[in-house]
Design a protein around this ligand. Structure first.
Ligand SMILES: Cc1cc2nc3c(=O)[nH]c(=O)nc-3n(C[C@H](O)[C@H](O)[C@H](O)COP(=O)(O)OP(=O)(O)OC[C@H]3O[C@@H](n4cnc5c(N)ncnc54)[C@H](O)[C@@H]3O)c2cc1C
Length: 503
C-alpha cells in the first residue's frame, strides 16, 4: 500500500506539509495529473502548462535526489487514483486544500466520495490563510497571522518511490494537443526562481515598490513579480510573509543603528506585507461563495449588462485595438508576457465593464487565459469589484487618457507596445485621434487607417456608465444586498464607511 501525494497548486519541495507527512509513512506516489478538465477549461492557456512543467521539472529532480520522483498521468480524477489503487493499493491521499474554479470543486467532491467508498483517508492541509467552512469574517486577519507565523516545513529528508508504478514523463503542449500559445516572454517557473525572485525583490528591487507599483513602466521591476509562483505554488505565501517580516526587522534595525538605506524601504515593505494578506482575503471570498465565479456578488446588479454584450467591442478590447493607446498597450503587452501590474489590470477591466459596458464574465475568462498568475479566488473577486457589482466598493471608472498621462508620462510603454504610434510626440500619445490629419501623416500613422479611432467616446461612455451603475446602487434592494455582501466578505480592518471602499 502506498501514500499518494496529490500535487495541485503547490509545486515545491519545501514548506509542503502533505509531502513531508506522507514521506514519513512509507512508499510514496508523488502524483501530478494533467487533468482533462483543466486542459479543456476556458481559463486554460498553454503558458500555464509551460510554467507548471518548469516547476515540475525542478521538483522531480529534487525528489530524485531524495530517492523519490514525480509520477505523471493524463486523465481525470478519481479514475487515475482508481488505476493506481488497483496496481499497488492506496493507504492514504495527501494534498493541500484548493480554492479553485468550479471544475476543481466538483472534482474534489468526486474524489472525496470515491475515497470514502474505498475507505481511503484523504488528508488535506491548508497552505494559505484561507479558512474552510468559515463562519464569520470577524477575527479573520488574526487567524491569517497565526497561520503565516507557523514554522516553515523543511523538505523531507528522504522520499521512498513506490515500486510497481511507472513514473511516465512530463507532457508538453504538443503531447497534450493544446497548441504552443502566444506568450513568448512569460516568466519561467520553478522553486529556485521563486526564491531568487523573492530575494531580488526584498533586497534590491522593492525599495521603491510603493511609488513604482502603479506604472506599467516601473511596475515591471518595482513589483515583486511573485504572483505566478504564488499561484502555482513554487513558493508558499507563508514563506514570502516570513521573509518579508525578517526584512522589515532588518530595515528597522538599520534605521536604529543609523545605517544608510534607501528611504523607501519601510513604507514599501509595509505596503507589500498588506498585499500578502489581500491575496488570501480575496481567495476567501470564492471559498465562501463559489457561485461568484459566475454570478454577481450583489444580486441586485443582475440584468445590468447581460443583454447588451457587443461582440465587436469585446474583440477590439481582446486584440488591443480600442483606439485608446494605454488600454491597447496593456493588452498587447499582457498577451505576450502574461503579466501586467495591478493598476493597469484594474484599468483594463474598468474600460471593458464601464466604457464598453461588457459583462465581466466573458472578459474575466479571457483575462484568466492571459494572466500567467491566474488565481481564481483573486481573479473573480477583483473582477466583480472593478466592475462595480459588489455594492460595497468605491465605484472606480478609470480614464484611460489620464492614466496614460500619469502612468506613462514619457510614452515609453505605449511606444513599445503600440509601435504604430511611435512617431507621435509624447504630449499627443494619450489621445492621438485629436491630432489633425496633416501632422498624423508626418508622424507616420493615420488614425482610422493605421491605428483605430476610439471605439467609444470617453466622456459619453463615462457619463452613461456612472448614471447606470449609480441608479442600481441607490436602490433599496442593492443596499440591502450590500449589507449581506459586507457581512460575508468585507474586510474588518477598517471601520465601515458608507460608499467607501472597504477592501
Ligand atoms: C481584475 C483583476 C484581476 C486579477 N487577477 C489576479 C490573478 O488571477 N492572480 C493574481 O495573483 N492576482 C490577480 N490580481 C491582483 C494583482 O493585480 C496581482 O496579484 C499583481 O499584479 C501580481 O503582480 P506581483 O506579484 O508583482 O504583485 P505585488 O504587488 O508584488 O504583490 C505581491 C502579491 O500580493 C498579492 N496581491 C497583490 N495585489 C493584490 C490584490 N489587489 N488583490 C489580491 N492579491 C494581491 C499577489 O499574490 C501578489 O503576487 C488581479 C487584479 C485585478 C484588478
Amino acid at each position: 500500500m502506498v501514500q499518494v501525494v496529490w500535487l495541485k497548486r503547490d509545486l515545491r519541495l519545501r514548506d509542503h506539509a502533505p509531502l513531508t507527512e506522507a514521506a514519513l509513512r512509507g512508499e510514496c506516489v508523488v502524483l501530478f495529473v494533467y487533468e482533462r478538465e483543466w486542459l479543456e477549461s476556458p481559463e486554460f492557456d498553454p503558458s500555464h502548462l509551460r510554467f507548471v512543467n518548469e516547476c515540475l521539472a525542478e521538483l522531480d529532480q529534487g525528489l530524485r535526489e531524495l530517492g523519490g520522483r514525480v509520477t505523471f498521468r493524463v486523465g481525470t480524477m478519481p479514475e487515475v487514483l482508481e488505476t493506481i489503487r488497483q496496481q499497488v493499493g492506496i493507504e492514504a491521499i495527501w494534498s493541500h486544500e484548493e480554492t479553485g474554479s468550479d471544475w476543481t470543486y466538483r472534482r474534489d467532491r468526486r474524489v472525496a466520495a470515491w475515497a470514502k467508498r474505498r475507505s481511503i483517508t484523504w488528508h488535506e492541509f491548508p497552505q494559505t490563510g484561507v479558512v474552510r467552512r468559515l463562519k464569520d469574517r470577524d477575527g479573520w486577519a488574526r487567524s491569517w497571522l497565526v497561520r503565516m507565523s507557523q514554522p516553515i516545513i523543511a523538505a523531507p529528508g528522504r522520499v521512498l518511490a513506490a515500486s510497481g508504478i511507472e513514473p511516465s514523463r512530463r507532457m508538453t503542449a504538443e503531447d497534450l494537443g493544446v497548441g504552443p500559445g502566444e506568450k513568448c516572454a512569460a516568466q519561467a517557473g520553478g522553486e529556485t526562481r521563486a526564491h531568487e525572485t523573492l530575494t531580488g525583490f526584498l533586497e534590491e528591487r522593492g525599495a521603491n515598490y510603493r511609488t513604482e507599483m502603479s506604472s506599467p513602466v516601473t511596475g515591471q521591476t518595482g513589483c515583486s513579480r511573485l504572483s505566478p509562483h504564488l499561484a502555482w505554488g513554487s513558493i508558499s505565501i507563508k514563506q514570502v510573509h516570513q521573509a518579508t517580516e525578517a526584512r522589515r526587522t532588518e530595515v528597522r534595525e538599520c534605521k536604529r543603528q543609523g545605517v544608510e538605506l534607501d528611504r523607501g524601504w519601510a513604507s514599501s515593505l509595509s505596503s507589500f506585507a498588506g498585499r500578502l494578506r489581500w491575496h488570501c482575503h480575496f481567495i476567501q471570498k470564492l471559498e465562501d461563495e463559489p457561485r461568484i465565479e459566475f454570478e454577481n456578488m450583489n444580486r441586485a446588479y443582475d440584468g445590468l449588462r447581460e443583454r447588451e454584450f457587443d461582440e465587436t467591442k469585446f474583440a477590439a478590447w481582446c486584440e488591443g485595438q480600442t483606439g485608446y493607446p494605454l488600454v491597447d498597450a496593456c493588452m498587447r503587452s499582457l498577451r505576450k508576457t502574461g503579466w501586467i501590474n495591478f493598476r493597469m489590470r484594474a484599468m483594463l477591466v474598468s474600460f471593458a465593464s464601464y466604457h464598453l459596458w461588457l459583462h465581466w464574465r466573458p472578459t474575466a475568462v479571457y483575462l484568466a487565459r492571459q494572466f500567467l498568475d491566474f488565481e481564481p479566488g483573486i481573479h473573480y473577486s477583483q473582477f466583480q469589484m472593478q466592475s462595480g457589482v459588489t455594492g460595497i466598493n468605491t465605484v472606480r471608472i478609470y480614464s484611460p487618457i489620464k492614466q496614460a498621462r500619469d502612468q506613462d508620462p514619457d510614452g515609453e510603454f505605449i511606444r513599445r507596445w503600440v509601435p504604430e504610434l511611435a512617431g507621435f510626440p509624447t504630449d499627443q500619445l494619450a489621445e492621438p485621434h485629436k491630432t489633425p490629419a496633416l501632422p498624423q501623416h508626418a508622424y507616420g500613422c493615420l488614425i482610422g487607417r493605421d491605428y483605430p479611432a476610439p471605439i467609444v467616446d470617453h466622456a459619453t461612455a463615462y457619463r452613461m456608465a456612472r448614471e447606470r451603475i449609480f441608479a442600481v446602487r441607490g436602490r433599496a434592494d442593492a443596499k440591502a444586498e450590500a449589507v449581506r455582501v459586507y457581512q460575508q466578505h468585507g474586510s474588518r480592518r477598517r471601520p465601515e464607511r458608507r460608499g467607501k471602499s472597504r477592501e
